[in-house]
Design a protein around this ligand. Structure first.
Ligand SMILES: [Zn+2]
Length: 199
């Protein structure tokens, strides 16, 4: 949790500078605002924050994701988002279109879309209330802490991914994994609300 943010850990190759245009960006901006209101993706001195994405077309692994170092509490414009067109996880390369660096967890989102063809939205946030409720809510959790943006982190998630819709990344944060942007948002709200209930 105290890790220093050193920027994205992969190389981005831009194949275009077009800003994403997609109706679902309205929903993504809405959930970014709710994440900010609920403090689910706090930006701290490390510059880390949450990242939200959705798959563009069925059967393809292209997705639209928040840009790196985007603070969700700010009103987001379309140029706060980047289109990731492909990833080479082994080589650590992200292919993107947009005017900013894609989120430092872009390869993690890519790996989830690749492994789960029916998943169309992935939300990642940081929230101590949720982390502290992992046991109480019996949430699936990665085996150990891995540094953000790394292949080890990706593997720690994909090995427990199964058909889960909500995963805890140990000592780090959470992932909501769903068939739509709205669903990913509502799963997150449901879990966050459950952490506030007394047993
Ligand atoms: Zn994170």
């Amino acid at each position: 949790m105290s890790e220093i943010y050193e920027g994205v850990k992969f190389k981005t190759i831009f194949t275009g500078n077009d800003v994403p245009k997609d109706e679902r960006l309205i929903q993504l901006k809405h959930w970014a605002m709710i994440f900010a209101e609920r403090n689910l993706a706090p930006s701290d001195e490390t510059g880390s924050a949450g990242n939200l994405s959705f798959r563009i077309n069925k059967g393809e692994n292209q997705f639209i994701i928040t840009g790196s170092k985007i603070e969700l509490k700010n009103a987001l414009e379309n140029d706060s988002f980047v289109t990731v067109t492909n990833c080479d996880i082994e080589k650590g390369i992200v292919y993107a279109k947009g005017i900013r660096e894609p989120s430092s967890e872009s390869m993690l989102h890519y790996a989830i879309y690749k492994q789960r063809p029916y998943v169309n939205a992935v939300f990642h946030g940081h929230c101590d209330e949720i982390l502290n409720a992992t046991e109480k809510l019996m949430l699936p959790e990665t085996l150990k802490y891995e540094s953000y943006g790394t292949l080890e982190l990706i593997n720690s998630v994909t090995e427990i991914l199964g058909k889960e819709s909500f995963i805890i990344m140990k000592n780090h944060g959470f992932l909501a994994i769903a068939g739509s942007v709205q669903e990913a948002g509502y799963i997150t709200l449901r879990i966050h609300n459950e952490t506030k209930k007394k047993l």
